[in-house]
Design a binder for this molecule. Structure first.
Ligand code: ATP
Ligand code: MG
Ligand code: MG
Ligand code: MG
Length: 579
């Protein structure tokens, strides 16, 4: 490609809403443009990278024996009603009506659709096991779309679904997928870790997440210093024995020591399994109009969304338990996204004197989304919650979160906490969807048998951003070889001044192309410094500068993107040098 035919869309300005490096660089390098919150256009350069992620994913999925399909993004509500997820999925599900007033949604994931396909297509055990996959656009009306394509509302996912007669077969395919994911992320050239995970809203028992390691990652993951144990922090917390960690002293400066509660006690009292308990927090406050008595302190327990417990549509968190009053504080429906509450008498859901109200997305950023209620409930209709949230004087301490140095749940060594970006997630779903939707085959004995399932996702568009988080410097992006939009940038010096130089540049360009190398020839009439900074910004791994000076000696000036200095390379060796 030549920049005259493949114009670069680099810009100097960093968008005001870009908080992390990848978001800034994707805009500056001209990979994406924002259309609306969490909705992006991929420009030609960005699309080349996205397609590479897709292609590697596709090749490895095909190698694993999975069959590619393409399912609709637009999905009828009936299927979601069959599994109960129409009610349970919450406001992240982008719902709509057709002209006949029938309910539809834009798929955030495809378990219902593939299970519907399977119950029609799969008739006999002889057709099992089978794995279908697609690379397709997903829609999730994220409460806080942010970080560009990292957490967007429309994004590309590779999702795969496997069908089995029994657990042994499911486990086999799960292992194959685990290996396939390992191969895929290795080919991307990214540093990643697979960790045990909770299966959350998707359901099922066994689950692993694949995290690209990066300090800017939204997730915390825990590794043992002395074993293979690796889990996301939520999982590390739920499977370990109750920490029984005392809350920090200063949280209780105003009052007597609160009664300690272990996770076991909490789970017993609430009759929920420990896995359902996402966080326990100690809340205290200095007292204000909303929070009343400054002596109060409270334990809050944030429960993982289990929609059998109640019908709250908010993500993950369904409620809190207040140990000060020994009451379960339920959250309620119908409030706008962003907070749970207020809990007023009118809703008859809040018998106790006080609670703080926390939504799951805010766990890492509690101060953004904490609201409170006092004895009478609060009656602040019209209040701008984002602006007027009564945060002052509230302290939160998570007494459950595992921290560096905690004992590893497997008893071997201690935990090290790192940050990660979730780029892949695999689940053993078991019968969750196939039972609800009656997907069965005739087994060897001639009887109908419900099949079981696994599902396997990769955040294709998120991988692009994650790669940049891992590979960048102050000058721009540093792509791993496999994801780079081009391998080589040719920057001719004053090309238009000499035919001899022009011919040489053309020859080198053609030689590289003939060797199957993706080259971007910068044929713009711009200063060398301008070319260099563009090529560095967009992160091309190899830069070749060709000038009059090298023509006589038959050499070019070569510099690798991550390297500090350039070197001369003989023109005739260039292809081999780069290959
Ligand atoms: P997260 O915890 O980041 O919200 P998730 O657990 O909800 O992700 P999954 O349902 O496991 O996501 O979907 C599979 C993959 O899709 C994720 O591992 C992630 O890489 C990607 N993904 C999920 N949500 C988004 C999003 N809003 N934008 C971009 N990629 C996403
Ligand atoms: Mg999510
Ligand atoms: Mg997740
Ligand atoms: Mg996930």
């Amino acid at each position: 490609m030549r920049t005259s035919q493949f114009p670069l869309s680099t810009v100097k300005e960093t968008p005001a809403d870009a908080e992390i490096a990848s978001h800034k660089l994707m805009i500056r390098a001209g990979l994406i443009r924002k259309l609306a919150a969490g909705i992006y256009t991929w420009l030609p350069l960005g699309l080349r990278i996205l397609r590479k992620v897709e292609q590697i994913t596709r090749e490895e999925m095909n190698k694993s024996g999975a069959l590619e399909v393409l399912m609709p993004a637009l999905q009828p509500a009936e299927l979601w009603q069959e599994t109960g997820r129409w009610e349970k999925y919450g406001p992240e599900l982008a719902r709509m009506k057709d002209r006949h007033d029938r309910d539809f949604c834009l798929g955030p994931t495809h378990e219902e659709i593939i299970t519907d396909l399977a119950r029609h297509e799969l008739k006999s055990y002889k057709q099992l096991p089978v794995t279908y996959y697609q690379i397709q656009t997903k829609f999730r009306d994220e409460i806080r779309p942010r970080f560009g394509v990292m957490r967007s509302r429309e994004f590309v996912m590779k999702d795969a679904y496997s069908f089995h007669l029994d657990q042994t077969s499911l486990q086999q395919t799960y292992d194959v997928m685990y290996q396939t994911y390992t191969n895929i992320f290795n080919r991307f050239g990214l540093k990643f870790r697979a960790v045990m995970a909770d299966s959350g809203a998707i359901g099922g028992a066994v689950s692993h997440e694949f995290h690209v390691l990066a300090d800017s990652g939204e997730d915390a993951i825990a590794f043992s210093t002395e074993s293979e144990y690796a889990a996301n922090v939520e999982k590390a917390e739920t499977i370990r024995p109750a920490l029984n960690r005392p809350a920090p002293e200063k949280t209780f400066e105003k009052t007597a020591t609160p009664g300690k509660k272990t996770i076991a006690e909490v789970s017993e009292f609430l009759s929920v399994s420990p896995e359902k308990i996402l966080k326990t927090l100690v809340v205290t406050h200095k007292g204000n109009e909303l929070f009343g008595n400054p002596k109060d302190f409270h334990y809050l327990v944030l429960l993982r969304g289990d929609h059998e417990l109640n019908e709250i549509k908010l993500n993950k968190i369904i409620g809190a338990f207040d140990f000060a009053t020994d009451t379960v504080i339920e959250t309620h429906l119908g409030c706008r996204p962003g907070y749970i509450g207020p809990i007023t008498e009118g809703h008859k859901l809040f018998p106790g004197p006080i609670t703080a109200i926390i939504a799951d997305f805010a766990v890492e950023n509690l101060s953004d989304f904490v609201c409170g209620a006092n004895e009478a409930g609060f009656h602040y209709t019209g209040v701008n919650w984002e602006r007027d949230c009564p945060l002052n004087g509230i302290e939160f301490r998570d007494i459950r979160q595992v921290v560096d140095g905690d004992p590893s749940p497997d008893g071997k060594g201690t935990l090290t906490i790192a940050r990660g970006i979730e780029v892949g997630h695999i689940f053993q779903l078991g019968g969750k969807y196939s039972e609800a939707m009656q997907a069965a085959v005739v087994n060897e004995a001639g009887k109908n048998q419900t099949i079981i399932m696994g599902c396997y996702g990769i955040g294709v568009s998120r991988v692009v951003a994650a790669a940049i988080e891992q590979g960048h410097d102050e000058r721009g992006i540093i792509w791993p070889k496999e994801l780079a939009p081009f391998q080589v940038a040719i920057c001719p010096m004053n090309m238009y001044k000499s035919d001899r130089l022009r011919d040489t540049v053309e020859q080198i360009y053609q030689d590289l192309l003939a060797a199957g190398i993706e080259v971007l020839l910068d044929d713009r009439k711009v200063r060398a410094g301008f070319m260099f900074s563009d090529m560095e910004l967009i992160g091309i791994p190899h830069r070749v500068v060709i000038g009059d000076r090298g023509l006589d000696s038959g050499s070019v000036e070569y510099q690798g993107r991550g390297e500090a200095a350039s070197q001369d390379v003989a023109m005739r060796d260039l292809v081999d040098f780069i290959k």
